[in-house]
Design a protein around this ligand. Structure first.
Ligand SMILES: Nc1nc2c(c(=O)[nH]1)N[C@H]1C(S)=C(S)[C@@H](COP(=O)(O)O)O[C@H]1N2
Ligand SMILES: [Mo]
Length: 325
């Protein structure tokens, strides 16, 4: 059995970390006035000045995605309330994630491609046209946020990689470095987690315009806690599909197995499309808690992006296992 501990995700919503403790502290800092705000800004992760690509942001707004119909989650909330299991199983990993070295950073393109290759992240940025898109994000744990991302369409990256006709899926992997990521150290007992974190999509999903490679957020390079230097965001799927800090992309003929699917296939399956009608085995997915405000709102099929993605799943049972898992 690979599961060594009870993960945050496995805890029912009503037993999850009490956010109000944190958010009250934040409000207190804000109320303390200018000095307090300055202090908060000084310790914010992902400071633009240290990052060679800072000048590329803010990127031009893509008019189609300029408004996600919800207020944007405050930056300091988003950069300090994270799921990034490499750095810890709590939501408070932003300081630990600062240990991640994001230069030099290379991405390997492998598998069913005309010619495997590696590309430095800054070289990739030069080849891509950056744009800003505001997306809603729904975590499988039933909380949600709204983020102004910057980046480029995944389909443009696929075009760059030149997959062969044998490619039916694309697999993404995160770095593996136990020296800086404490959870990647081998455990004293048991098998531990199946690192590196991995995720996968069908080629049709990867070619959908919504699938977005994120390199920035809030008008600057994306913070380490949020997946610097490059992550995926798939707004119609549960958040665990949106893999962070990617350094390898492999095109495959067979469906790849993801990190969470390996750990709990009945709970975190391959498709993982947001679906309020299909409960997680241990909690309802009918509602979500909006980060920062704590408001509870109904969850919408495909997180409200059905117009763009529903056709990808035509013929699948929308209320059954397949769409969720
Ligand atoms: N490499 C890696 N990517 C990851 C995760 C992770 O633990 N490791 N967590 C996922 C989950 S469950 C969510 S909800 C989002 C959270 O992104 P955020 O911290 O930017 O809100 O990242 C996803 N990508
Ligand atoms: Mo998540």
């Amino acid at each position: 059995m690979l599961i060594k501990t009870i993960h945050g995700w496995r805890i029912p919503e009503n037993r999850a970390t009490p956010e109000h403790v944190f958010f009250n502290r934040r409000k207190f800092i804000a109320a303390a006035g200018f000095a307090g705000i300055g202090l908060a800004a000084g310790i914010r992760p992902g400071r633009a000045a240290e990052n060679p690509s800072a000048g590329l942001y803010p990127a031009p707004v893509n008019e189609m995605y300029k408004d996600a119909g919800r207020p944007i989650t405050p930056e300091e909330v988003n950069t300090t309330y994270n799921n990034f299991y490499e750095f810890g199983t709590s939501k408070r990993i932003s300081q630990a994630a600062e240990a991640l070295k994001i230069r030099p950073w290379e991405i390997a393109f492998e598998g069913e491609v005309e010619q495997p290759f590696k590309l430095a992240f800054d070289e990739l940025l030069k080849k891509m046209q950056l744009e800003q898109r505001v997306y809603r994000h729904r975590c499988v744990e039933a909380w949600s946020m709204t983020v102004p991302w910057s980046g480029f369409a995944l389909k443009d990256l696929v075009a760059l990689a030149k997959p062969t006709s044998n490619a039916k899926f694309v697999k993404f992997e995160t770095f593996f470095n136990p020296d800086i990521a404490p959870e990647q150290k081998p455990p004293l007992f048991g098998a531990g987690y199946p690192w590196p974190y991995a995720e996968g999509l069908t080629m049709a999903e990867a070619m959908n315009d919504l699938a977005f490679m994120v390199t920035g957020a809030y008008g600057k390079p994306v913070a380490k806690s949020m997946g610097a230097p490059i992550r995926l965001h798939l707004p119609w799927k549960y958040g665990f599909k949106s893999i962070k800090s990617i350094n390898k992309i492999t095109f495959t003929a067979e469906r790849p197995r993801s990190f969470w699917e390996t750990l709990g296939p009945s709970e975190y399956g391959f498709w993982a499309n947001v679906n309020p009608a299909v409960a997680h085995p241990r909690w309802s997915q009918a509602e979500e808690r909006v980060l920062e405000t704590g408001e509870k709102i109904p969850t919408v099929i495909f997180n409200g992006y059905g117009e763009q993605v529903a056709s990808l799943y035509a013929g699948m049972d929308s209320l059954g296992d397949k769409l969720y898992r």
